[in-house]
Design a protein around this ligand. Sequence first.
Ligand code: SF4
Length: 489
Amino acid sequence: MSINIKRIEAETRENRLGSITGYTGTIKDLVRQTSCGCLKNKERCFSQASNCSSGCAQGYLSGIIDAAIVNHGAIGCSADVIGENTTLKWGQNIRNLEHSNVKIINTNMTENTTVFGGIDKLKEGIWEAYKRFNPKAIFITTSCASAIIGDDVKSIADEIEKEIKIPVVPVFCEGFRSKIWASGFDSAFHAVLTRIIKPPKQKRSNIVNMINFNGSARDYIIEILSNIGLVPQFGLRYSTIDEISRMSESAATISICGTLGSYLGNGLEQKFGVPYVKSIQPHGIAGMDSWLRALAKITNKEKEVEDYIKNEKLRIAPELEEIRNKLKGKKAVIGMGPSFAHNYIRVLKELGVEVIWGISWHFDQHYDHGNIPESTVALSTIEEETPISVCDQQNFEILNLLNKLKPDLYVARHPGTTVWPTKMGIPSIMLADEYSAFGYRGIIDFGYRLIDTLANNSLAQNLSSRIKLPYSKWWFEQDAFKFLENEVG
Ligand code: SF4
């Protein structure tokens, strides 16, 4: 186990999981090199904009219903609050909840603050969050500026916590600590695991912690689990601090995403003995088979799960065949976080689409339970080889590659890389919902979405005929990996 709950902060993914952001090769080679311990990161000698772990930590925690966040940083560090607010309202909408804004305060660190210290501003921010939002817990997300000047965030949090008598918890997620923004999820989960989740008062043998983002498929999951006598406890977004504090009482923890779930799932197992389901993600058919069987093993529901799987597969078989025939011969490129990327390559293959390249934004050499990511291993056992790269959303590299490969379709999970292929004339799909292609029903819906996207490409064609891309002819003639240097580390 690589999680150290005695520390006040989570270790970065680079240090904990040997995560990398630069690689090009094939899925089988990636697994071979990882297995023998010889996989090294490749640095880029040129890079464009990337992402920040503070956004992941803050974005994720901002969905907790009765918590507030104080972002101790320059005002620009809170720029993504706009997106976080939009996402929160989308989730409130699908739950028929009254719309409210995220409860975030930024301490507006300025040049003066970095010279004279930000402690007073931080205190003011915490008190303001307490008065304005009346929260059950306050999380303080750190920034590059607060970390560089060494503001003692923990002491201030402890001091005010004694007065207001709710948890005031630092979340150490400053962007410069890690090149892998998913480290921000771990920072958030570390704070929750060490300060919010309490030891169990009673065990609840029918409850399963379900770690996800926005949970659009709640009804479907409730239905699936009810078939096997289980009840999901969704989290952490759209949950209360009280509900989260009782996650230690559940029978098991399961996650929609290996990248997201590794820290909290394994942390709950390590600290409270709640087993974490280690399977491939529940997208597509093999994913759902693996997810349900692994859950059944832990909860002794094997017979019920096998019956369910058999019936569902029989039910979708004719429609799936029809979809496969329509998608036969189509070629796609994928760009997503690592767990989603390696799962969706498999899902597209299940739908009969040829994946001619898969890009993941980073790669964890192992999860916190010590295994090479299950989805990556599963993909490497498929006979057909898949060319892949690891690239932290560097659009110059992605567009160069797409220009050479000319796929029928680009499928991504982040809008920042989806708009550019569309402007190149390539039909593109942005999978904002983590439950796209979820299970047996989801793969059918996803198949129709692919068919619809391929059927009408006039938007991408119109855009490409009117838009000048920011990259020169020279760059498109270069090797896409020209700036990927030799292995380091
Ligand atoms: S924490 Fe650092 S990297 Fe992140 S937004 Fe603020 S300044 Fe930028």
